[in-house]
Write a protein that binds this ligand. Structure first.
Ligand SMILES: Nc1ncnc2c1ncn2[C@@H]1O[C@H](COP(=O)(O)OP(=O)(O)OP(=O)(O)O)[C@@H](O)[C@H]1O
Ligand code: SF4
Ligand SMILES: [Mg+2]
Length: 372
């Protein structure tokens, strides 16, 4: 009997979600045969893992691939490479039919509580819809199950027969949360769950999510651009830029010791709750390059104040710079930093190649003009 217990504990996966080198490429232009000739790499080689009951924050500027990552994990988008493990099981290539049993385990809370609720359904109908479809509880218990979830989410039982338009933004988001939790999920992807709400309401919803996590043992992937919120609610943070992971580590460690120049700039803007503390804000120069045509080498090099020549042509490796603290930057790659002469030489060769190919292009253009 005892042996069986030990075995089952050992078999329980430590990480409820494990993502390895995940890719999602959107086709851009199509050639004459209808095949894509270029791709927008919205999520490129993203890896992370989350323990059950914990929260990972995904941060980065608009367009860096946060929502695409969330939707690809939930298999709302097909992936173009990499693997997704849920509770130790590889779900990457499961068919729609095979995914059915995981659909309730993984839920999504959207940013906009106004557009994500069907206006002609009552709150009770909205929350009970998936409960009925997936037979979460026997038919005669649906109503009491929904009312109990509503109560947990701070919604009064008399709201059951009311319509979404009768509620404020904060209450609507509570309805969205209740709808997601009514099917007893284990993992919830929260995509900017408070950014459409008034500041005064945001804290209430964040505290509700924290409380529900503790009571229901939930795991969150928390997508946000609000670093103060991320600092409060997450256990680890992943920083993304143009589809790539720039840095990943435990929240305390990332705030105390950010390594990547991009993280340093982003986090320098987070207010410090100490009137005597000095803010050394780093202003990022320039705009985010087009994700359809990202810079060569390090994608961040066009905005990085520490950019070296090697960064302009060589993509940095993703390395564990410190214990459990990963970063994608040449500054933390000993091989690169100890061989600067070699890379300077390679950079000069790269420049020559660029020049030659530009000249070649110019010649071809002139030839084309003459011929026409
Ligand atoms: N369905 C799609 N087809 C083509 N390109 C898309 C699609 N969805 C997203 N993209 C592109 O992929 C990139 C990443 O978009 P995504 O919405 O994931 O970014 P985000 O980090 O969530 O941004 P935001 O903070 O503004 O929500 C963007 O360049 C976007 O234009
Ligand atoms: S690799 Fe170079 S350009 Fe990129 S973040 Fe590091 S120092 Fe900056
Ligand atoms: Mg988004």
């Amino acid at each position: 009997m005892q042996e069986e217990k030990v075995l089952s504990t050992e078999q329980t996966p430590k990480y409820i979600l494990e993502v390895k080198n995940l890719k999602k490429y959107f086709p851009l232009n199509k050639n004459l045969l209808g095949k894509p000739s270029a791709y927008l790499k919205a999520v490129d080689n993203v890896s992370f893992k989350v323990k059950a009951g914990e929260t990972i924050g995904v941060v980065g500027e608009s367009g860096c691939g946060k929502t695409t990552l969330g939707r690809t994990i939930l298999k709302l988008y097909s992936s173009d490479g990499g693997e997704i493990f849920f509770d130790g099981k590889d779900i990457t290539n499961l068919s729609k039919k095979e995914m059915v049993k995981y659909r309730t385990d993984m839920q999504l809370i959207f940013q906009d509580p106004y557009s994500s609720l069907p206006p002609r359904m009552t709150v009770g109908e909205i929350i009970s819809e998936a409960v009925k479809v997936h037979n979460i509880v026997p038919a005669n218990e649906v109503s009491s199950h929904v009312r109990s979830i509503m109560k947990k989410c701070g919604l009064q039982p008399q709201y059951y027969d009311r319509y979404p338009h009768e509620f404020s933004g904060g209450q609507r988001q509570r309805i969205c949360i209740a709808r997601a939790l009514a099917v007893n999920p284990r993992l919830v992807i929260c995509d900017e769950p408070v950014s459409a709400l008034d500041v005064s309401i945001q804290a209430q919803i964040i505290n509700l999510l924290k409380e529900l996590q503790q009571n229901m043992g939930l795991t969150y992937v928390f997508i946000s651009h609000d670093l103060s919120v991320v600092k409060y609610i997450t256990d680890q943070i992943m920083v993304m830029y143009l589809g790539n992971v720039m840095e990943l580590g435990e929240t305390k460690e990332i705030f105390a010791n950010p390594l990547h120049p991009y993280t340093k700039a982003l986090f320098s803007a987070v207010p410090i709750p100490d009137p005597d503390a000095k803010m050394n804000r780093i202003i990022l120069q320039g705009d985010i390059p087009s994700p359809a045509n990202p810079p060569k080498g390090c994608k961040f090099h066009t905005r990085c104040s520490s950019c070296m020549n090697v960064c302009k042509f060589k993509e940095p490796l993703y390395v564990e710079a410190e214990n459990n603290h990963f970063v994608s930057c040449h500054l933390y790659n000993e091989e690169v930093m100890n061989n600067m002469d070699k890379y300077e030489h390679l950079y000069q060769e790269y420049l020559k190649e660029q020049e030659n190919s530009e000249n070649e292009k110019g010649k071809n253009n002139e030839k084309g003009k003459k011929e026409s």
